[in-house]
Design a protein around this ligand. Structure first.
Ligand code: SF4
Length: 234
């Protein structure tokens, strides 16, 4: 039986529950009067091609220097920044990307993320994609989790799942995104839709780490009966 995005969302909500992503350290931001949305922007860049556990180490280093602050990061010495984010891998590239986006937001929006995010989602997306090293997944993570905009994030876990089930479309980033958004946007609107996009992305990550790994653990998989790949894994 085909598995639609809505059915997948219903199954994973039962199995994994509602997940309150993106994780940010609210206490840190309250204490330092900083904007938690900037931590999401930083995390979205740091998580490129690495596990979240490595990102957490880099974020801890940045916090220890009070650098989860847009202005501070924009003005920071690149060598120091590179050293702090070393645990996240690809640290030279990522330090340049973090500096670039911070300087951009500082100069163009006076470091005010309300001014940046208040605009039309497609305009912001185009702008993010024009920045060096910001691809669709990073841009959409920033839009969904920091900007609270209705856009579904397609990551490597989602692509793998779509290849395995498989879905009724090719597996390019844009096609998968359209496929997931079409049905969910018919069912939910406004904040409910944003919540569904956030939840489903987070649920797929948790699900893929537990069951649909590179070498999948299909026994007890909650979508076993919908999947075409399972025979190949035995
Ligand atoms: S049955 Fe196996 S391959 Fe299919 S979705 Fe579940 S874990 Fe992945």
């Amino acid at each position: 039986m085909k598995l639609s995005p809505l059915k997948l969302y219903q199954i994973l909500t039962k199995k994994v529950g509602n997940l309150n992503w993106w994780p940010v350290d609210k206490k840190y931001h309250e204490k330092n009067s900083t904007d938690p949305r900037f931590e999401i922007i930083v995390g979205a860049v740091l998580t490129q091609n690495t596990a979240w556990s490595n990102v957490e180490k880099a974020l801890l280093n940045l916090k220890s220097q009070k650098m989860l602050n847009l202005e501070k990061l924009a003005n920071e010495d690149i060598k120091k920044l590179t050293k702090l984010i070393r645990p996240s891998g690809f640290f030279n590239q990522k330090a340049i990307r973090l500096k670039n986006i911070s300087i951009y937001l500082k100069n163009k929006y006076n470091s005010n993320l309300d001014r940046f995010f208040i605009r039309d989602m497609n305009v912001i997306r185009k702008e993010l994609l024009s920045l060096n090293g910001i691809g669709p997944e990073t841009a959409d993570s920033i839009l969904l989790y920091a900007g609270n905009k209705p856009i579904f994030v397609v990551d490597a876990y989602t692509k793998r799942l779509c290849e395995r089930i498989p879905i009724d479309t090719n597996i390019s980033y844009n096609e998968i995104q359209k496929y997931f958004q079409k049905e969910l946007a018919e069912k939910y609107q406004g904040e409910e839709l944003i919540k569904a996009y956030k939840n489903l992305h987070a649920q797929i990550v948790i699900f893929a780490k537990k069951y649909c790994k590179k070498k999948p653990i299909c026994k007890n998989c909650p979508i076993f009966k919908h999947c075409n790949f399972k025979e190949k894994s035995f």
